[in-house]
Design a protein around this ligand. Structure first.
Ligand code: HGY
Ligand code: MN
Ligand code: MN
Ligand code: MN
Length: 423
C-alpha cells in the first residue's frame, strides 16, 4: 500500500536521518558535524531551504547561527524563539540538537499551511556550537546570540583556541567570512524577544521507563569543564629505565581512575557525574615514552555545592599524582555553567499543552545534559520539552526516537504557541 503523506513527526525524523549522512557530516560512516565544518555549512543550506518552504525568511548571524523567522500579524513584532543546536559530537546520534530545530520547523510549517499568524513572530534558531566538540569551549555561538560572550569569554580567551587539526577559532571563522570580535554583533536585544522554548531528546531513561512520550524540564544541571595538560619527559622506549621515567600517560591513567573513584563515591541522587571524554598523548607512537598528555574533564551535579566540592577533591587528587610522579601539570578552566531554572510561567503552559496532547499530567524532570537553553535563560525566559529516546541512549549512533512521539511533540508545541498567544 502506498504510504499516505508523512505525518509531521515522520517527516521530522526522516529529515534528521537525511542530515545524519554525508554531505551533512564531516566524516563518512559516522555523524560528526562540528561548527563551521563542511557538514555544518551543508546542513545550514538544507535547513534554510526547508525554512523558506515553511514561509520563513532566513539569515545567519555573525556567529554562523541559522535563524528562520515566521512573521507575526504586525511587522517587526517581538519573537517567540524555538531552536536547538545543529552541531554534533563525534560519532553522535541524529536527533541530539537537530530534532529540536526540525520539530519546530514542522510547527511553523503547519501554521504556514493553515495561514495562522500570531501577535508575535516565531523564530527558529539553529545554534552552531553547543557541544564544544571541535574547540575546547562550549556554547560559544549561543553566548554570542544571548549577548553574554564578552562577559564569559573575552575574544582573547577563545579566538586562539585550536581544534585537533591545529586550526584556530579565528581561522575557522575567517573561512566563512566572520571574525571572533564580530561574533558579539549576533547579540539579540531583550526588547526583540519574548521567550525561548527548546525541544530536545531526553538523553536519559526516565520517560521510557515511565512509558511517557514527553516531559517538561524544571532545571538544567550545571557543568564545569577543564583541560588538563601534563608534561613529563619523552624518551626511548627501549633504553629509558622504568625508574627514571616521567611518563605523562601513566600519570594520566592514575588521574583518570581517581576521577572515576571520586565521582562514584557520590550518591546517585545528587546526579554527580565526572567524565574524562578526550585524552591525547604526544608524540603518540609505539616506541616513545609519552612526554605529553592533554585530557578533558567534565564534572556535573544537581547542585552547585555538590559539584564544586567534587571539583576541589578531584583537582587535589590530580595535584597529588603530578607531584608524586614529578609531572608538570596545567589545569585550564574551560566551562563553568550555572544551573538554569526554567521559567515557571512557560513551564505551566508547556505542561498544559503536554497534558492536552497526551491525556496525562506532564512528567517534570531535571536535565543532566547541558543545553543551549541554559545560556538563553540569561537573555529571556526559557523552557524545555523532552522527547523520549530509546533506552536513553545519546551521543551514540544508536540514538533513536519514535515518529509518533515526535508527532506528539509537534502537536504539543503547536498547542503551546496558541496558549502563549492567549497570554
Ligand atoms: O554535554 C552536554 O551535556 C551537551 O550534550 N552538550
Ligand atoms: Mn549533546
Ligand atoms: Mn544536545
Ligand atoms: Mn545539549
Amino acid at each position: 500500500m502506498v504510504k499516505a503523506a508523512l505525518t509531521p513527526g515522520e517527516r521530522a525524523v526522516a529529515r534528521c536521518d537525511v542530515l545524519g549522512e554525508p554531505p551533512f557530516s564531516d566524516e563518512s560512516g559516522l555523524l560528526y558535524r562540528p561548527w563551521l565544518g563542511p557538514g555544518f555549512i551543508a546542513t545550514v543550506e538544507a535547513i534554510s531551504n526547508w525554512m523558506r518552504q515553511a514561509g520563513m525568511s532566513v539569515r545567519q548571524d555573525s556567529a554562523a547561527n541559522l535563524i528562520g523567522r515566521y512573521e507575526g500579524t504586525t511587522p517587526d513584532a517581538r519573537a517567540l524563539l524555538f531552536g536547538s543546536h545543529l552541531d554534533s559530537v563525534r560519532d553522535g546520534g541524529r536527533y541530539d540538537g537537530m530534532l529540536g530545530v526540525i520539530a519546530a520547523l514542522e510547527v511553523v510549517a503547519g501554521f504556514h499551511e493553515r495561514g495562522e499568524r500570531f501577535p508575535f513572530a516565531i523564530e527558529i534558531i539553529g545554534f552552531g556550537d553547543e557541544e564544544g566538540s571541535r574547540f575546547p569551549i562550549t556554547m560559544l555561538t549561543t553566548r554570542a546570540l544571548a549577548g553574554v560572550l564578552e562577559e564569559d569569554d573575552p575574544v582573547a580567551a577563545f579566538a586562539e583556541l585550536r581544534d585537533a587539526d591545529g586550526i584556530t577559532v579565528e581561522q575557522a571563522l575567517a573561512g566563512v567570512g566572520l571574525t571572533p570580535r564580530g561574533m558579539a554583533t549576533a547579540r539579540r536585544r531583550k526588547e526583540d524577544v519574548l521567550a525561548y522554548v527548546e525541544a530536545h531528546i531526553e538523553q536519559g531513561p526516565v520517560l521510557e521507563a515511565e512509558g511517557r512520550a514527553l516531559g517538561v524540564v524544571s532545571a538544567i544541571a550545571a557543568q564545569r569543564r577543564f583541560e588538563v595538560k601534563l608534561h613529563g619527559q619523552a624518551g626511548h622506549a627501549g633504553t629509558m629505565a622504568m625508574s627514571l621515567r616521567r611518563d605523562a600517560l601513566t600519570a594520566a591513567a592514575e588521574m583518570v581512575l581517581a576521577v572515576e573513584r571520586i565521582a562514584s563515591a557520590g550518591d546517585d541522587r545528587e546526579g554527580l557525574v565526572a567524565t574524562v571524554g578526550s585524552l591525547r598523548t604526544w608524540p603518540g607512537v609505539v616506541n616513545v615514552v609519552p612526554g605529553d598528555v592533554t585530557f578533558t574533564l567534565d564534572i556535573r551535579a544537581g547542585t552547585i555545592a555538590r559539584r564544586d566540592v567534587t571539583v576541589t577533591e578531584i583537582l587535589t587528587a590530580l595535584e597529588d599524582t603530578a607531584t608524586r610522579r614529578s609531572i608538570e601539570m596545567e589545569i585550564l578552566p574551560r566551562e563553568n555553567l550555572l544551573p538554569s531554572p526554567c521559567d515557571p510561567h512557560l513551564m505551566t503552559r508547556l505542561e498544559t499543552a503536554v497534558a492536552d496532547v497526551t491525556g496525562q499530567p506532564a512528567r517534570v524532570l531535571v536535565s543532566g545534559a547541558g543545553h543551549d537553553a541554559m545560556i538563553m535563560a540569561r537573555l529571556v525566559p526559557m523552557a524545555m520539552l523532552f522527547i523520549r529516546c530509546e533506552r536513553g541512549i545519546s551521543h551514540n549512533p544508536a540514538e533513536a526516537v519514535m515518529a509518533e512521539d515526535v508527532n506528539e511533540a509537534i502537536t504539543a508545541l503547536t498547542r503551546f504557541v496558541r496558549l502563549f498567544a492567549e497570554d
